[in-house]
Design a binder for this molecule. Structure first.
Ligand code: GLY
Length: 375
């Protein structure tokens, strides 16, 4: 890759975009953290490869970015950076707010459980100055998996602990064990369990005005909600964290991209940091966040690099059940990136949505560029 020039890199991406029938556009999007696009992606039209992606969004350091559900995280992390905290401490403190929030059903305490009704959490952290990383997967009973991931990085010679081993490690470090399943999340799971098949004995509650009949309508969407948060300090040091309860109603033990270094998060102190939300399987299959950072290393802006990774996913999605009638992914993924110099950007497969950014003294949402645009 040493002679892989920026011109070649961008040229290949643009050629692929044209071949795929996409046209430039920008879009604003709603669902934070990557809500799954229903299987029938009919009604979605060709779309974007953003002209503005060649520019990226400039900002003076320090900068903190996060997925759309991370506005409180960017605020907290920036406050800590300004007070001199190291960037990893800052971003973890930021996402802890969301991990501990029972109202957020996609992360930590209150997350939607697996198919057995048990909440299993995934998280990883990466610290630019030392290029160290730590992660936990399928961790039960601990509200803040990001803190356990940091301890894996700092207090073991490993990168990733999973399941029972991760829980025992957390116990050894004195983490409090709690039941992560809130009543609200349990009710959501119960509705799914009662409705997901016509061929079992679980019945929905009788509907009022329906003569007591039980509906089996399969109208409950599954989500991949997640929070990613990355920061660059005034001095140019980078760190990032990704944390999630993963795919709702997943098979127990399923691990998504969020605890996989290079997939749900990657940090290179000389280049930038990137993270993802959305369908983790697709991100893992292209080493998504590593792809974004490598694209930035070869000259793309953060926004271009995120869009490049989305295009890689579109190119690599070859299984019919994951594609719409036009051959496009019938799911969504979002990437978020910040460069060492403070530029930042984000992109998604399907247009819409926003990401959180605290830069130049303002904490706000910025629009996400989409590869394809909804009708
Ligand atoms: N991106 C979160 C997951 O797939 O679990």
């Amino acid at each position: 890759m040493s002679d892989y020039s920026r011109r070649q890199f961008l040229g290949a991406a643009a050629t692929a975009a044209v071949a795929g029938g996409v046209t430039p556009a920008l879009a604003v999007q709603g669902a934070p953290g990557g809500t799954r696009v229903p299987g029938s992606a009919a009604g979605m039209a060709p779309s974007p490869f953003a002209q503005e992606s060649a520019v990226g969004v400039a900002a003076s350091r320090p900068v903190v970015i996060a997925s759309g559900n991370g506005l409180r995280a960017t605020e907290k992390a920036m406050a800590m950076l300004v007070e001199g905290a190291d960037p990893l401490t800052a971003v973890i403190a930021g996402v802890n707010i969301v991990e501990e929030d029972p109202k957020d059903n996609s992360v930590g305490y209150g997350g939607i459980p697996n198919e057995d009704g048990v909440v299993e959490l995934d998280s990883c952290v990466m610290y630019g100055p030392t290029h160290q990383a730590g992660a936990v997967a399928a961790l039960r009973n601990i509200k803040t998996p990001s803190r356990v991931a940091r301890l894996v990085m700092e207090r073991t010679d490993h990168v990733l602990l999973v399941g029972e081993g991760a829980l025992r490690f957390a116990r050894a470090h004195g983490f409090e064990e709690v039941n992560l399943l809130t009543d609200e999340a349990r009710e959501i799971w119960l509705r799914w369990k009662e409705r997901h098949s016509d061929d079992d004995d679980w019945l929905s509650p009788p509907e009022q005005g329906n003569g007591g009949a039980q509906s089996k309508a399969r109208d409950i969407l599954r989500t991949y909600g997640t929070i990613n948060c990355c920061a660059v300090t005034a001095g140019g040091d980078l760190a990032g964290v990704t944390t999630t309860s993963g795919l709702s109603y997943k098979i127990p033990g399923r691990v998504g991209d969020s605890p996989i270094i290079g997939a749900g998060l990657y940090v290179e102190n000389e280049v930038g940091a990137a993270g993802s939300t959305g369908r983790g399987e697709a991100v893992i299959q292209i080493c998504g966040s590593h792809t974004v950072v490598e694209a930035m290393r070869h000259g793309m802006s953060p926004q271009e690099a995120c869009l490049h990774a989305c295009k890689r996913i579109a190119d690599c999605t070859r299984v019919d059940r994951l594609r719409d009638a036009k051959g496009r992914p019938n799911f969504d993924v979002k990437f978020y990136a910040v460069a060492r110099d403070g530029r930042h950007g984000a992109a998604s497969i399907w247009s819409g949505g926003h990401y959180a950014v605290f830069a130049d003294g303002r904490n706000r949402h910025e629009p996400i560029v989409g590869l394809y645009e909804h009708d």
